[in-house]
Design a protein around this ligand. Structure first.
Ligand code: C2E
Ligand code: CA
Ligand code: CA
Length: 746
């Protein structure tokens, strides 16, 4: 390496001074401007570092990186990214090696920020002007031109340019940052999350630790009355009980000023941000600053606040929606949806909690009698009393018109105590109103299902409680739920099964005891499910009735039984009667007569060969309607039998008014005629009754020959039962009628 020497010419301090060498690549200088020297003359490296090494530019020192060829220079540039200035020799390996490097930096590496000062040893050698223009070169000098002062001026100008380029770039990435922050904040759904997020983003844009608070208030409120929505860092101290502490020098004063001017105010030690919302609420933030903000950061924060204001507005709106979605407007209590969340939480923690529905007795009547306004006031009063007495210990919700719900530790939910809360009257519009409540309870610990199911179970318990006694309570037990859920499932299956044609009729022959001859049959509904299982009618018919499905099923039964009657007739049995069961629900249906007529006319079945069986219990209800209905039926020519006779308590006179045609002695009384203790008294009485009223009598459930004998002796001419035939599949009935099965059995 050549020894330092002093070239002839200018004054010492204004000369190129050569000092001893430093390593090829300088370590990254924190906060320093990095200058890369690319020159194949080592002397140039040392003189440059010597000339500039101790100087500061724009408040920051310089550090140097060294490359001794264009190739080395490229390698350094590929590795190092924050080089501010390249001092570049034009002539190195080749006469234009430096210009190649320039092209590489700009075109290949795409580095446009780095400033380039070209130097050449040969005075008079000028690179093409094109290169200088086209490649954004800051300065072009001969080495001898570059005295210390000139070198300094030139590098300082380049660094200033580099700084400006970066400021622009920063603001561009800063804006991108604002956009990102905005989008991220918009994804947050609660005011709490979003407001805290805003404080953090402002701090990030300010490049300082987060230390501030954000508050909101309805327009027109004094700044001291503002609610603090979020705070972070030491500034949290300014919030007292969620409110912004007043005071001339605290955040309150600064926020008041920002509000008055409706803009962001930047001070050396703090900033006050104003978010101009469209509706709802105004928002403002106060952020403490460790150091003043430069122009760029202020601009970014301005952009951020104006764009986020819209988002805050949306979140405020969303909060309103959230309230509407989870809270009851009348009482302000959590609603059903919210309660389900609470119950789910409780189920998850496995706490020993109880859910208690509180239903106000006779609320509908009160509401009807005294008006909705009164009803609302009563609900409000009940809510308030429950809240005053129970809040804090129990969660409280209103989940339906007059149904409240309590949730809490099992030992805190004491039915008598809860009902005790209704002992004192409620004062509504100056009137004392006395109400009671019925409770349905579920112990969640005994429950492995989800919250919605738990609530359903509580409802089942409540219904049971109501059916037992108003003002009482009932705890749900697992059995109740299983049974009801099972029924719901069965109802669903039945609906599908009926649609898929899984229902069919079986026919049980009815016989004359004396002649042992079949004169008719009872149509009995059967359900064979997809997997070949039979569900007994005693099980599915109540469900069909309960669900209303029986209307469609019943209409189908009528038509199908009539159609079978026609097939039997076609096989030659013209005096054959078809007996069809009709359920109460079906019978009461306003279109029942139409359905009956339709079945008769669709199939051509003769009405006098069709009999309807109605149960005795049904015959006892609503006598006037029944009498009218039966008269209508009789006008179609169809006859009527009372099924299960003897199990109800029909009065004689009533039976007469009903004008039925036949009584069916219930199987229970048939069974007991061979029983020594009970004997045949009831069967006898029914037979006697029938004879007196001029009604036909048939005994059902005859299982053995002795029963048949006794019945015949007692004067019962007709019977039905396993002794003669089981209910037969449709295809088997006609065959059975044509056979001598009966006479062989006798
Ligand atoms: P039900 O009308 O009293 O029908 C008589 C029931 O006794 C039938 O039961 C029949 O199979 C059974 N049975 C007949 N003979 C004997 C016997 O000798 N011993 C014994 N132990 N039982 C005998 P099933 O078919 O299970 O029907 C049960 C109930 O379902 C019927 O009682 C009826 O109330 C109802 N049901 C059946 N089909 C229909 C229908 O199409 N519509 C309506 N609404 N209800 C129906
Ligand atoms: Ca029957
Ligand atoms: Ca019966």
């Amino acid at each position: 390496m050549p020894a330092p020497h002093t070239p002839s010419g200018d004054a010492q301090d204004d000369d190129l001074v050569f000092a001893d060498e430093t390593p090829v690549v300088a370590p990254h200088g924190g906060g320093a401007w990095r200058v890369l020297i690319v020159d194949d003359d080592a002397d140039v490296h040392s003189t440059t570092t010597f000339a500039l090494g101790s100087l500061e530019m724009h408040g920051r020192p310089l550090t140097f990186l060294h490359a001794y060829s264009a190739a080395q220079g490229m390698a350094v540039l590929e590795r190092e990214h924050d080089i501010a200035v390249i001092l570049l020799d034009v002539v190195m390996e080749q006469a234009d090696a430096g210009l190649h490097l320039v092209r590489h930096v700009r075109d290949t590496l795409g580095r446009h920020d780095v400033r380039i000062i070209l130097r050449t040893g040969q005075p008079g050698y000028a690179p093409e002007m094109d290169a200088i223009r086209g490649y954004d070169i800051n300065d072009y000098r001969t080495k001898s031109e570059l005295t210390r002062t000139k070198l300094y001026t030139s590098v300082a100008a380049a660094i200033r340019a580099y700084q400006q380029i970066h400021a622009l770039e920063d603001s561009r990435t800063g804006l991108a940052e604002v956009v990102r922050a905005n989008t991220e904040l918009m994804a947050l759904h609660s005011v709490a999350e979003m407001t805290l997020g805003i404080l953090r983003e402002v701090a990030a844009l300010a490049g300082q630790p987060a230390d501030g608070l954000l508050c909101g208030c309805p327009p027109g409120t004094a700044a001291s009355g503002w609610q603090v929505l979020a705070s972070c860092g030491p500034a949290a101290d300014f919030a007292r009980d969620g409110m912004l502490a007043a005071g001339a020098h605290g955040p309150a004063a600064a926020i008041a000023a920002a509000l008055a001017e409706r803009r962001n105010l930047y001070r050396d030690d703090h900033l006050a941000l104003y978010f101009s919302g469209k509706a709802h609420c105004d928002f403002a933030a106060w952020v403490r600053l460790a150091r003043p903000l430069d122009e760029l950061r202020r601009g970014l924060i301005d952009v951020f606040t104006s764009s986020i204001a819209v988002g805050l507005d949306n979140v405020a709106l969303m909060t309103d929606l959230h309230r509407a979605a989870f809270y009851d407007a009348l009482t302000g209590l959590p609603n059903r949806t919210r309660l389900i969340e609470l119950v789910d939480d409780s189920l998850q923690t496995g706490a020993d909690a109880t859910l208690c529905l509180v239903d106000i007795d006779q609320f509908a009547e009160t509401n009807d009698a005294l008006g909705h306004q009164f009803g609302d006031a009563l609900l409000g009063a009940v809510a308030q009393r429950l809240r005053l007495q129970l809040d804090g210990r129990l969660a409280l919700a209103r989940i339906g018109g007059d149904t409240f719900c309590l949730l809490g530790q099992a030992d805190l939910i004491e039915p008598a105590a809860i009902q005790g809360l209704f002992a004192a009257p409620f004062s509504i519009e100056g009137q004392d109103v006395q109400v009671s409540a019925t409770l349905g309870l579920v112990r969640l610990r005994e429950h492995d299902a989800n919250a919605a199911d738990a609530l359903k179970d509580a409802d089942i318990a409540l219904k049971r409680a109501k059916s037992l006694r108003r003002g009482g309570h009932f705890y749900f037990s697992r059995g109740m739920g299983v049974e009801i859920r099972e029924r719901v499932r069965l109802m669903h299956d039945l609906r599908g099964g009926f649609a898929r044609g899984e229902l069919f009729l079986a026919y049980q022959p009815q016989v004359e005891l004396a002649a042992r001859r079949a004169f008719g049959a009872e149509a009995l509904l059967r359900w064979r499910t997809e997997d070949g299982r039979f569900v007994p009618p005693d099980r599915f018919i109540p469900i069909a009735e309960y669900s209303g499905l029986i209307i469609d099923i019943g209409a189908w039964v009528l038509r199908e039984a009539c159609a079978e009657l026609m097939r039997v007739r076609a096989a030659g049995h013209l005096d054959f009667t078809m007996s069809i069961n009709v359920s109460q629900v079906q019978f009461r249906h306003p279109h029942f007569i139409d359905m009956l007529r339709q079945a008769l006319s669709d199939t051509g079945a003769p009405p006098e060969r069709v009999e309807l069986e109605i149960t005795e219990s049904m015959a006892m209800e609503e006598p006037d309607l029944l009498i009218e209905r039966l008269a209508e039926i009789k006008r179609t020519g169809v006859s009527i039998a009372i099924d299960d006779f003897g199990t109800g308590f029909s009065s004689l006179s009533y039976l007469q008014r009903l004008r039925v045609d036949r009584l069916k002695i219930d199987r229970a009384f048939v069974t007991e005629i061979t029983d020594a203790a009970r004997g045949s008294s009831i069967a006898e009485m029914i037979i006697e009754l029938g004879r007196n009223l001029g009604l036909s009598i048939i005994a059902e459930g005859v299982e053995d020959e002795r029963q048949a004998q006794i019945l015949q002796t007692l004067g019962c001419p007709l019977a039905q039962g396993y002794l003669f035939a089981r209910p037969l599949a449709p295809e088997a009935l006609i065959e059975w009628l044509g056979s001598d099965a009966l006479t062989r059995a006798a």
